[in-house]
Design a protein around this ligand. Sequence first.
Ligand code: SF4
Length: 110
Amino acid sequence: MKSTLNQSVPTRRVFIMQVAAASSMLGVAATAQAAPPMVVETDAQAMSLGYKADATKVDKAKYPKYAVGQLCSNCALYQGKATDAAAGCGIFPGKQVAGKGWCSAYAKKA
Ligand code: SF4
């Protein structure tokens, strides 16, 4: 009986240490995956909306509604602060758009 107790204490201690180490590794992994990927201009949806990460590169002949000063960062669908370099957008779920970008779904933030 006494020998069983002596053997179980180190085993329990090792188990607790392993759980603590695994938990901290999961925390690191979750942090590393926190930032969603950027929308790529050549994505099918991005191309169909004329998305450009740099609004000055918008094809003005194809998208005459574009006006200088329209940026993702001042669009109603931009999910970040106006000063954020990139943030989510309701049009591109699970991805980020550039704050200086633009697409034809632009809607001025009220
Ligand atoms: S909907 Fe607005 S925030 Fe989203 S990509 Fe188009 S212009 Fe940028």
